[in-house]
Design a protein around this ligand. Sequence first.
Ligand code: ADP
Ligand code: MG
Length: 357
Amino acid sequence: MSTVLQLSNVVKSYGDAVALDGIDLFLPDDSYVSLLGPSGAGKTTLLRVIAGFETPERGAIRFAGRDIGGVAPYEREIGFVFQNFALFPHLTVEKNIAFGLENRKNNPVTDPQIVRRKARDMIALVGLTGLEERAVTQISGGQKQRVALARTLVTDPKMVLLDEPLGALDANLRMRMRSELRSIRERCGVTFLHVTGSETEALAMGDTVLVLDGRKIAQQGDSDTVYNHPVSPAVARFLNCYNIFSGVIEGLVFKTAAGVFPVGATVQPCAQKAYAIRYDRIAIRPAGTPAGEGEIAFEGAFLASEYTGSAITSFFTLDDGKVFEVETHLSHAAPESYEPHGRYSLIWKKDDAIVYA
Ligand code: ADP
Ligand code: MG
């Protein structure tokens, strides 16, 4: 697959504060890319640098085969969907979508017939047919999101940047818009770079997932690889599905405050030392159940459970006070109930853990 966008060693500071510290990334053409990072990680800054609203101090940006470092934002052919939609409240759905086409600096469309046709095509593409004349103050959050997207797509960008596009929507709608966004992207065939603070959203939506940590790209890969093989404890922490212990490796064991774990097959070279075991790789057994061949058994006291629909997350406290999470999928098993404060044996395969050393 060819590369549409490549950043090499991009650095951007605000005064003394470094927001992006040597960003290297490449985005495949015609794909959905998600960028995951916590609040303040520099996600918006990165999008603004790519769009040309901010000038980096260092580094190169190549887009569609050329260096765009000195190219004005409106000449980059990169669309931007802002976090809060930024619609014109006094205009209708159709006029909001047509606005960019009629008023862009480069090659504005002046023929009202053509404007109307393009706007209506876009309205159909994003599923807003019938709402053309509606004021944007009188449509739902999901519909506003579609208007914001249509307004960008109508200008025929070669790539679209979306800054937390689902953040303003309620949970139900957010789930539906995930697949909508993916299918709209497939229909227009350009790369979407979708920024989010939600690990589930990033993994569910991205063909490629980028993780922003410490002002750098910590990992880039397909969602399966990122989920199953996070390259650092920090990435594992963002994914919000690993119990992570800090400690040191000594020969064949990993020593933590909670105890000592035999090291299995997966040792990931990393500057930060940690031991990570996924929430859904752990079995809960009566206290005293011994570890089998290749297994680790650890005792904890049950705290509480939380249902998430298809799964249940159970929280335990270990003897050093650390909270340990176990996720059990409910498709086959009926939910077990555990005794409050009761002690249980928590068992996992040592080869399922990732040791960062
Ligand atoms: P995110 O979108 O991931 O939440 P941002 O890119 O908005 O992160 O911010 C990254 C860092 O840069 C933060 O520490 C933020 O305070 C700082 N920052 C962002 N925009 C500005 C600005 N215009 N002036 C000064 N600092 C800024
Ligand atoms: Mg932001």
